[in-house]
Design a protein around this ligand. Structure first.
Ligand code: FES
Length: 155
């Protein structure tokens, strides 16, 4: 036979045991409310690079050229290309094959010259070789602006 004190102890333990999950649950951090999915970044404006009848194809936008200081595309339909505004002529553009003939790295535009990041070859604005180890200039492409697009000749 259980006396009153034993009964009280059992009831007390039972209450603790049954309230534990609640207490534990109360201490766990609330689930974060599911956040709405991040807004999809604006889909990059897809440029139609299909060559036109005159052989020019769109490389990118004038806005991107001016924002980044250059446009480049390794797999452009005409070949690897890098385009800058001509520092000597605000209306002019310069387009060159971006591949350094030393070991095939793509040059980068560095304010006043094209520089190969691999071994330091340097090319002048017109693509001529300033210093090696490259041994050949960067070949030019014809380039123009039409509307808000930069077009490079593919043929
Ligand atoms: Fe350009 Fe070597 S690949 S300097």
């Amino acid at each position: 036979m259980m006396n009153r004190r034993e009964f009280g102890n059992l009831v007390g333990l039972g209450m603790i045991a049954t309230s534990l999950p609640v207490a534990i649950a109360a201490c766990t951090p609330k689930e974060t409310a599911s956040e709405p999915p991040a807004a999809a970044p604006d889909a990059a404006v897809k440029i139609d690079s299909t060559p036109r009848a005159d052989g020019f194809a769109a490389l990118g936008t004038v806005a991107d050229l001016d924002a980044d200081g250059y446009l480049s595309q390794k797999d452009f339909i005409a070949g690897p290309v890098i385009v800058i505004r001509d520092p000597a002529n605000a209306d002019g553009l310069i387009a060159l094959n971006s591949v350094c003939n030393h070991q095939g790295c793509d040059v980068a535009w560095k304010n006043d010259a094209f520089v190969c990041p691999c071994h330091g070859s340097k090319f002048n604005i017109d693509g001529s070789l300033a210093n090696g180890p490259a041994t050949a200039p960067l070949a030019p492409y014809e380039v123009m602006i039409d509307g808000d697009l930069v077009l490079v000749k593919t043929t």
